[in-house]
Design a protein around this ligand. Structure first.
Ligand SMILES: Cc1cc2nc3c(=O)[nH]c(=O)nc-3n(C[C@H](O)[C@H](O)[C@H](O)COP(=O)(O)O)c2cc1C
Length: 198
């Protein structure tokens, strides 16, 4: 079996976002592993419209070209790490829209999460877990939360220190999250192949 491909998805798209900083740090850490292939997926590159299809592609193929390009990219992956901020106690609309714009491509694949914010994105992370269940995904147990003092240390609106400066706090949960994600990605990849799914 080929190595599982993992997509690290940057959930926020605003011009002055922080999200790409932890996402790039995570890419660097994950790329050191020999048991997965990793790719950074930036929602900005897909320029998705707000959902305007007749239905989810669970029921009917989507039409919009940008949506189809997004679905193709999602379908290439065997697992995902969502890098999410917390906007008013949930995930940013950009990420929710991107999740809604595919369906079958997410199915039977694991989802890991890195959340950031004053409380480590905890409320957004739990919402996101629930969304992944609806999409037939496997949310892994361990999560990376960049919270409290650490968040304000690395946040670009605060201390703007590199994420490596807080590895002492988030390093272990990152490794645990990657281990769990990799295990599930391998298992679900084999399971999908057995069922003849992508
Ligand atoms: C619309 C909006 C709502 C926010 N709501 C929350 C919140 O509920 N909890 C929180 O910890 N931070 C909240 N924040 C602060 C964000 O944690 C902070 O702005 C962060 O940088 C957002 O991620 P981004 O820069 O990748 O967009 C909010 C920020 C915005 C712009």
């Amino acid at each position: 079996m080929t190595k599982p491909r993992i997509g690290i998805i940057i959930g926020s798209t605003r011009d002055t976002r922080f999200g790409e900083k932890p996402a790039k740090w995570l890419l660097d850490i994950a790329a050191r592993r020999e048991d997965i292939e990793v790719e950074l997926i930036d929602l900005r590159d897909y320029d998705l419209p707000f959902f305007n299809e007749v239905s989810s592609n669970a029921w009917q193929a989507s039409v919009n070209e940008k949506v189809l390009a997004w679905q193709k990219k999602v379908g290439e992956m065997d697992g995902y790490i969502f890098v999410t901020s917390e906007y008013n106690r949930s995930i940013p609309a950009s990420l929710k829209n991107a999740l809604d714009q595919a369906y079958v491509e997410w199915n039977y694949k694991p989802a890991a999460i890195l959340g950031y914010g004053a409380v480590g994105g905890a409320r957004a992370v739990e919402h996101l877990r629930s969304i992944t269940v609806e999409l037939y995904m496997v949310p892994v147990r361990s999560t990376v939360h960049i919270s409290g003092t650490e968040f304000f240390t690395v946040w670009h609106g605060g201390g703007d220190q590199p994420i490596t400066s807080i590895e002492g706090t988030i390093g272990q949960s990152t490794q645990e999250m990657l281990d769990q994600l990799t295990w599930w990605a391998r298992i679900t990849k084999a399971g999908r192949a057995e069922k003849g799914k992508v």
